[in-house]
Design a protein around this ligand. Structure first.
Ligand code: FAD
Ligand code: NAD
Length: 466
């Protein structure tokens, strides 16, 4: 029987990063993945394929809507070759997952393909092409998550679909009804809207992306409405029925009036659930919470001292970079180091266009926590860079402590803010004040100038260009 210092179950961004860091720190490491490709949800059916389709559909939208403004004329009709778009997405996924094979090889990590199940706290049985059992001094559970649904919905994977199927459709929907105006619903809703589908988003709460700052919800709603997406907020879905190629969704609005929506596809994007099926966690005595998460302490250690858990299968934001940080954290803990994760500074991004990015406290949270704060906001349209590219929607908003000026939250909507948010994370990690940011030179002309201007506005309301 092969023996390891560490076995990692699951090869998503949590698992494969944990395995690399364990190997870097000199531990004999195995990784177990039930699918034939490594990379988990993120690389196979999440972050990477969704961004590939967002980018492709964005090019198409630019070609049909914006090229003309730039003096570019395309003789004849611009057409979408959807099959090719999906094939390109698959090729991007393929290249990316092969990159993980390379990294496992380079770091001398043994890869096992099959379902990993605990026999006891130090033995894992792998059922795949061949069945074998390995012994591991320590195990890191990184089994991730799967789409969740509503009790009355039958996901048939053809017309009533999750993000997984929405990333591999064979036709552009005529009318896609999206249940849930969160990250997945908006990113994939925007993809299909750009490609010509009618898109209706039915959301339970009174605003989309309800966990982000309310100003971001408002701005993104405005822009996506302009793009033709229809929003039905404060709507409680009560039934989803498929008849042949038609799907009918029934919901009640805030006045308790029943409304129905009929389309050819229904995307169910109401969140994801932690995934532990087949893991046989009981055999090792591992505690699972009522919400299905693996219970961990502040060291990401389960109730069984040599077993840790990370990523989507434990509490916290279901984000790839959060899972990665946790993978490194556990590897370094096992090596006797004292790592640290600042969960308040895990940024959140929605890759619509304009992009939405956030870090730290929202204005609503500061109000709830009765923290006295100052707010500085700067509109993207006031930037020379935005006018040059034509991306004038959005803003940067900086919230800082009323007394100390320390930056407490940064919330952005606009072109490339997914990249801009890193400046805010760095500043906040070093506990910068708004004035610190305001006094740093920002290259001109860039979208980043909006960060400086918002910091000037937060410091003492003295933006230079507004
Ligand atoms: P996962 O990536 O889910 O990986 C878990 C792996 O474990 C899977 O490969 C699974 O097959 C394997 N596994 C499970 N059980 C076993 C077992 N018993 N034996 C062997 N293998 C097992 N996050 C971002 O930060 N940015 C984004 O842009 C983004 N976009 C997304 C878009 C979509 C459409 C979706 C669905 C998600 C997106 N996410 C994004 C979320 C991100 O994908 C997850 O947060 C991330 O993948 C979690 O990583 P993980 O390692 O915890 O688990
Ligand atoms: P989400 O939590 O982002 O959004 C779910 C939405 O569905 C919420 O707005 C919620 O209010 C709504 N909802 C819940 N129940 C409902 C009901 N009965 N009727 C109508 N609306 C309802 O979840 P998601 O969009 O499914 O994404 C799942 C996870 O994947 C998220 O945690 C997210 O972090 C991750 N993800 C991240 C990215 C990214 O980082 N860009 C992209 C995609 C997914």
């Amino acid at each position: 029987m092969s023996k390891y210092d560490v076995a990692v179950i699951g090869s998503g961004p949590g698992g494969y990063v944990a395995a690399i860091r364990c190997a870097q720190l000199g531990m004999k490491t195995a990784i177990i993945e039930k699918y034939n490709t490594l990379g988990g949800t993120c690389l196979n059916v999440g972050c990477i394929p969704s961004k590939a389709l967002l980018d492709s559909s964005h090019h198409y939208e630019d070609a049909i809507k914006h090229f003309e403004d730039h003096g570019i004329e395309i003789p004849g009709e611009v057409k979408v070759n959807f099959k090719k778009m999906i094939e390109r997405k698959a090729a991007v996924v393929d290249q990316t997952t092969k990159g993980i094979d390379f990294l496992m090889n380079k770091n001398k990590i043994d890869v096992f393909t099959g379902i990993g199940a605990f026999k006891d706290a130090t033995h894992i049985e792998i059922s795949g092409d061949k069945n074998e059992t390995i012994e591991a001094k320590n195990t890191i559970i990184a089994t991730g998550s799967k789409p969740s649904s509503l009790p009355f919905i039958e996901i048939d994977k053809e017309r009533v679909i999750t993000s997984t199927e929405a990333l591999s459709l064979t036709e552009i929907p005529k009318h896609m009804i999206v249940i849930g105006g969160g990250v997945i619903g908006l990113e994939l809703g925007q993809v299909y809207r750009r490609l010509g589908a009618e898109v209706s988003v039915v959301e339970y709460m009174d605003r989309i992306i309800p966990t982000m700052d309310a100003a971001q919800s408002k701005e993104l709603t405005k822009v996506m409405k302009k793009q033709g997406v229809k929003f039905y907020l404060s709507h409680k879905v009560s039934a989803v029925e498929r008849k042949k190629n038609e799907v009918t969704i029934t919901a009640t609005d805030k006045k308790d009036k029943e409304v129905t929506f009929t389309g050819d596809y229904c995307l169910v994007s109401v969140g994801r659930r932690p995934y532990t099926d087949g893991l046989k966690a009981d055999n090792a005595g591992i505690k699972i919470t009522e919400r299905g998460q693996i219970e961990v302490n502040e060291h990401l250690q389960t109730n069984i001292s040599n077993i840790y858990a990370i990523g989507d299968v434990v509490k916290g934001a279901m984000l790839a970079h959060k899972a990665e940080e946790e993978g490194v954290f556990v590897a370094e803990t096992l090596a006797g180091q004292k790592p640290h994760i600042n969960y308040n500074l895990i940024p959140g991004v929605v890759y619509t266009w304009p992009e939405v990015a956030s870090v730290g406290k929202t204005e609503e949270q500061l109000k709830d926590e009765k923290v006295e704060y100052k707010s500085g906001q700067f509109p993207m349209r006031a930037l020379g860079r935005s006018r040059a590219s034509g991306d004038t929607d959005g803003f940067v908003k900086i919230l800082s402590d009323a007394k100390t000026d320390e930056v407490l939250g940064v919330h952005m909507v606009g072109a490339r803010v997914a990249d801009l948010i890193s400046e805010a994370v760095t500043a906040m990690e070093f506990r910068a004040s708004a004035e610190d940011i305001a006094r740093m030179s920002h290259a001109h002309p860039t979208y980043a100038e909006a960060v400086k201007e918002a910091a000037l506005a937060a410091t003492d309301n003295r933006p230079l260009h507004a």
